[in-house]
Design a protein around this ligand. Structure first.
Ligand SMILES: Nc1nc2c(ncn2[C@@H]2O[C@H](COP(=O)(O)OP(=O)(O)O)[C@@H](O)[C@H]2O)c(=O)[nH]1
Ligand SMILES: [Mg+2]
Length: 445
């Protein structure tokens, strides 16, 4: 932990400016080495125009830069930091990185290491650190909102409050176990049980959110399904606004699943085009075996989908395989309304990918359905499987403790529950979790 780390924090390549960040006990020394001898360093938190020279070759200018110093613990990592705001040229950046590499105790940062130091120095909890990674990866407005809320502590507030309540109940139990001269364990459990079950109910309610936070973070799975030639690939291309899937009147053209990432109304969507459903028409030839596999995968996707577009060719009778997939998360669509007047009940939306008829309605129907699934909620939702697993383990431990045959065992389960809750924010020992969390970062963050 005593190394000084440095990295290019902006994307590599040419740019208007490039920012290199250095953090650690020797960070300021690094800047001193790049400055003319004896020159006094700028005051912390002042952006200062600064000429940077090669420390090995006197008088060789590396850049006219701007530098900002931060003094620990009042910095992002909690350590001394220098930010070098350079001209964004490859040679400029290389020159500074090479110069820093030769400084004593300096080394290149590993992915996420700046944020990891921030966590280890108590500048933020784990959910905030994860939110920084989410914010960096956020591609749509709603993802950004969620990441910013979490970064601001929306989740850690909830989890820490639960942990404190639980720790309090545990303390009560332990005090009783240690100090009661009479054996009245039942009485004790009776006293804490209502609070325990309240807490458990809150956690279960929080868990029962249809994965909306995770859905928003990872993308809503929207799958188009239908018989061959219904127009699935045509619709995919239209929604994606580019030619991603091959369109042809030949049946069995699409066999692999084609995924496209879209931003629909601020929500991240993973749209999948699938093989046309016609399992009963397939024989045992090699080509058909491949198509069969495609259909199997299409059905699998249908099962994992958050939203299904069931696409029918409105010019023929509805396909029974597609009808089979109807459930509450499907949108029924009749395509090819240009070919003939489709007479269908109001459950179907009539569109023509060819003329564009009905596509706006389809888009708004999809967005409406996303909103009902993710929607606006007063309470923040959990965003990662890691949080979900920890909370599930917490509730398991709580329910065990409420039925434990001995007060000592009940207390032990409460202790476990506290640890599981604490592992979400990292306020309890978490060394083994760290690598997993910071692995997703890019270098320089
Ligand atoms: N008339 C008409 N033809 C369409 C429409 N949408 C798709 N098609 C045609 O239907 C055929 C099959 O389309 P494709 O997108 O490959 O269907 P898929 O098998 O479901 O992927 C192609 O010849 C398309 O040009 C539509 O709205 N109207
Ligand atoms: Mg197709």
């Amino acid at each position: 932990m005593h190394d000084t780390i440095y990295a290019l924090s902006t994307p590599p390549g040419r740019g208007g400016i490039a920012v290199i960040r250095a953090s650690g006990p020797e960070a300021w020394e690094g800047l001193r080495a790049l400055s003319p001898q004896g020159k006094k360093l700028p005051s912390p938190r002042y952006a200062t125009y600064w000429n940077l020279y090669d420390p090995e070759q006197t008088g060789i200018l590396l850049d006219h830069a701007m530098v900002i110093l931060f003094e620990g613990p009042h910095s992002f990592t909690g350590e001394n930091i220098v930010e070098y705001h350079l001209h964004g040229g490859i040679s400029v950046v290389d020159g500074i990185l090479k110069a820093l590499a030769r400084r004593p105790h300096h080394r290149l940062a590993t992915p996420g290491e700046f944020t990891r130091r921030a966590f280890e120095n108590g500048k933020m909890d784990l959910t905030s650190a994860e939110a920084i990674a989410d914010l960096i990866h956020a591609e749509t407005e709603e993802q950004r909102k969620q990441a910013l809320q979490q970064m601001g502590g929306s989740l850690s507030k909830i989890y820490d409050a639960w942990k404190d309540r639980l720790a309090h109940l545990l303390a009560l139990m332990e005090a009783d176990l240690d100090f009661s001269d009479q054996d009245l364990p039942d009485d004790l459990l009776l006293r804490v049980r209502p609070d325990l079950s309240d807490l458990m109910e809150e956690i279960i309610h929080h868990l029962d959110d249809n994965r909306r936070g995770e859905m928003l973070r990872d993308g809503i799975k929207l799958v188009i399904l239908g018989a061959p030639n219904a127009g699935k690939s045509s619709l995919t291309n239209t929604l994606a606004q580019r030619d991603v899937a091959i369109v042809s009147p030949l049946e069995g053209t699409t066999r692999d699943i084609i995924d496209v990432h879209l931003n629909l109304g601020g929500y991240p969507v993973i749209l999948s085009d699938t093989a046309g459903l016609r399992p009963e028409q397939l024989g045992h030839t090699g080509q058909h075996a491949i198509e069969s596999e495609g259909i199997k995968r299409a059905i699998q996707r249908a099962e994992q989908a958050d939203i299904k577009i069931l696409l029918f060719d409105g010019s023929t009778s509805p396909d029974p395989n597609t009808l089979n997939l109807i459930d509450e998360s499907s949108i029924l669509v009749n395509n090819k309304s240009d070919l003939q007047k489709i007479s269908s009940d109001g459950a179907y939306l009539n569109i023509s990918v060819k003329t564009g008829e009905g596509l706006d309605q389809l888009l708004s129907q999809i967005i409406e359905m996303i909103k009902t699934k993710i929607g606006q909620h007063e309470t923040p939702s959990l965003t990662k499987a890691r949080h979900r697993t920890a909370l599930e383990k917490t509730t398991e431990a709580l329910s065990r403790s409420m039925t434990a045959p001995l007060p000592e065992l009940a207390a032990e389960d409460l202790r476990l529950a506290v640890r599981y809750l604490g592992s979400i924010t990292g306020r309890v020992d978490v060394e083994d979790l760290l690598d997993m969390i910071f692995r997703d970062f890019c270098i320089g963050k």
